[in-house]
Structure formats: structure tokens, C-alpha cells
Design a protein around this ligand. Structure first.
Ligand SMILES: Cc1cc2nc3c(=O)[nH]c(=O)nc-3n(C[C@H](O)[C@H](O)[C@H](O)COP(=O)(O)OP(=O)(O)OC[C@H]3O[C@@H](n4cnc5c(N)ncnc54)[C@H](O)[C@@H]3O)c2cc1C
Length: 300
């Protein structure tokens, strides 16, 4: 219920204006959002997301792509590209613009993929709400013609996802499986947590059994245990799949998985445009909301 309400208000521009006007620079924001190029050491890998979504004009879309190019340059200069890739939201590089938005997003994403390839790393295309799934998978297909290493994201809460997993479980295909973070109607998405979890397991089976590279993006202890068992069952060696978690969530578990020899990648958002990201995190865990409210009150 709280999740639905929060995901609903996250789209309201008035609420966004009111909330982002409050100077919240510490507490929950810094817990989940790295202000600058903050990289995780201790043997963890990272995927870096420049915060921002729903770009409203082509110049902004281009500026986002340019920011990724600069980030990739910096990563290369710092010798970090073996362990650091980038995550890109197509809506931040123009997908939702009227008219030729999809083409603008494809061109910008292609530029980022080329820069990532030159820097020795990869791009993963984040998945947004279900109205963008077909378009995102089509752009992925185009990008993979030149950059087959480009990662996909599939969301277990969508009823279509098991079939999408079958399509994408081929050799060389990097697929991040997450539960899904948007408010979606019953017609396209499972609603009860149990149904989403069951779908996650069915999808994970397809990916682990297939010949691609599954990326298990979840903090759920049960699903992480199941992922390990499925990897054993299908004879997957460490290094043929990876775990992923968000920066700031279950950091001890991130280290534990890494120390056991697993590839563990942390999703690190950076930048100023933190609102949409943070609201989705609060919708996932009410304790995060209490923490956020406390940090607002303590600012006054
Ligand atoms: C690397 C990564 C990339 C992602 N990319 C996308 C994307 O492109 N598109 C998209 O829609 N979504 C994305 N997500 C978000 C995802 O869809 C979920 O909304 C989010 O991961 C929460 O789901 P969960 O699997 O952790 O399980 P939940 O059902 O939220 O939680 C299950 C259990 O995990 C544990 N847990 C969860 N959160 C916490 C916490 N804060 N502290 C302690 N324990 C906790 C608890 O035991 C909880 O009961 C991504 C998530 C990750 C990790």
C-alpha cells in the first residue's frame, strides 16, 4: 500500500519541487546516493548510474550522454574499467521525447557504448516502467549488433518476463534480473510479493540454465540462496554469473558474497537528480522512509 502511494507521488512534479527544495544533503541521501564518483573498494565491482530520468529536451539528453563520456574517461584514467561499468536509463538520453525520441536515445546510447568499449568496459541499459519495455529491448537489439556486450535488465514482476528471459538467455548475453521498482497495473505485473518472488525464481532458472551471463540483482536473502543453488545445479562456475546490490543496502552481505569468491557488483548512483531514485528506495522499505523523515526534521 505504502509502496503504491509512494510510487504514485514520485511522478508528481509539485511534490518533487517541494521535496527537492529541502536541503537534505546528509542522512538518507548520502546513504543511497553517492554525491560524486565514489567507488567501492574491497574487491567489489561497480556499475555507475548518473542520476536523472525523463529528460524533457534533446540538449539535456545530449548533456547526459556527455556526462557519461566524461565519467568513462575518468574511470579509464584511474585504471578502474576492469571493475567498473555504467548503467544507463534510456529516458535520460531521450527515449521519451516526442517524435524521434527513440532514435535520439539510440544514438546517444551508441555513443556511450562506443566510449565504454574504448575504455575497456560495458554498458547496461536499466529498465524503466512497462510502457518502455518493448522500446528498450528493441534499442538493446540494435546496440548489440555492434556492442554485443551491452547488458539488459528484466523485471520479474512483469508477466512477460519469463518469455523475455528465454529470448535473452543465449551465449554472450548479459542479463540483470531484478524484481522491478515501478508502480505497474495488475494487467501486466504480478502484485503480491509471493507471486513476484515465484516469477523471479522461474526467470532465474531460465537464465542460469541458459548460456548467457545472469546478473542476480536482489537483496532478498531467500533469492540469493536460491541463486547459489541454481548455479550449482546447472554447473555454473564462479565468474559465469554475478550478484548485484544497490549501494548502501546490505553492505555486509555484499562483502560476504565477494569474500566467498563470487563476483559482486554494487550499483552506485551519483549526481544531483536523486528524487526518483530515492522515492523508489523508500517504497521498497518503509524503514528507509522513517530514516528520510527523521533527516528532514533534524534539518529544521
Ligand atoms: C543492482 C540493481 C539494479 C537494479 N536495476 C533496476 C532496473 O533497472 N529497473 C528496475 O525496475 N529496478 C531495478 N532495481 C530495483 C529492483 O527492481 C528492486 O526494486 C529492488 O532491488 C528491491 O527488491 P529486492 O529484490 O531487493 O527485494 P525486496 O522484496 O525489496 O526485499 C526482499 C528482502 O531483501 C532484504 N532487503 C531489501 N532491502 C533492504 C534494505 N534496505 N536493508 C536490509 N535488507 C533489505 C529484506 O530481507 C527484504 O525482506 C535494481 C536493483 C539492483 C539491486
Amino acid at each position: 500500500m505504502l509502496r503504491q502511494v509512494l510510487l504514485g507521488v514520485s511522478r508528481s512534479s509539485k511534490i518533487k519541487q517541494a521535496v527537492t527544495a529541502v536541503p537534505v544533503s546528509s542522512g538518507i541521501v548520502s546513504r543511497f546516493v553517492a554525491g560524486e564518483t565514489h567507488l567501492v573498494s574491497d574487491g567489489l565491482n561497480v556499475t555507475i548510474d548518473r542520476l536523472g530520468e525523463d529528460t524533457t529536451n534533446p540538449d539535456e539528453a545530449k548533456a547526459t550522454a556527455d556526462a557519461y563520456l566524461e565519467l568513462l574517461d575518468r574511470l579509464a584514467d584511474a585504471g578502474l574499467t576492469a571493475n567498473a561499468e555504467v548503467s544507463v536509463k534510456l529516458s535520460a538520453v531521450g527515449q521519451a521525447l516526442p517524435g524521434d525520441g527513440e532514435k535520439i536515445a539510440l544514438d546517444n546510447a551508441r555513443t556511450i557504448c562506443r566510449a565504454a568499449r574504448n575504455a575497456g568496459t560495458t554498458v547496461t541499459l536499466d529498465m524503466e516502467d512497462h510502457t518502455t519495455t518493448d522500446s528498450t529491448l528493441e534499442i538493446l537489439r540494435e546496440l548489440r549488433q555492434d556492442f554485443p556486450e551491452t547488458g539488459a535488465v528484466l523485471q520479474a514482476y512483469l508477466r512477460r518476463t519469463e518469455a523475455d528471459c528465454r529470448d535473452l538467455a543465449h551465449a554472450g548475453s548479459r542479463v540483470r534480473l531484478c524484481k522491478g521498482a515501478y508502480k505497474e497495473p495488475e494487467s501486466v505485473a504480478f502484485q503480491p510479493k509471493l507471486d513476484v518472488d515465484k516469477s523471479y525464481v522461474r526467470c532465474l532458472k531460465v537464465l542460469m540454465k541458459g548460456s548467457g551471463y545472469p546478473m542476480v540483482a536482489s537483496h532478498d536473502p531467500q533469492l540469493i540462496a536460491i541463486a547459489g543453488s541454481l548455479a550449482d545445479r546447472y554447473g555454473r562456475e564462479q565468474g559465469t554469473f554475478e550478484y548485484q546490490m544497490l549501494y548502501g543496502v546490505r553492505p555486509d552481505e555484499q562483502l560476504r558474497l565477494s569474500r566467498e569468491g563470487n563476483t559482486m557488483r554494487v550499483y552506485v548512483p551519483y549526481g544531483q537528480d536523486w528524487y526518483g531514485y530515492l522515492v523508489r528506495r523508500m517504497a521498497e522499505k518503509p524503514a528507509n522512509l522513517q530514516f528520510f523523515l527523521r533527516s528532514l526534521i533534524s534539518k529544521k
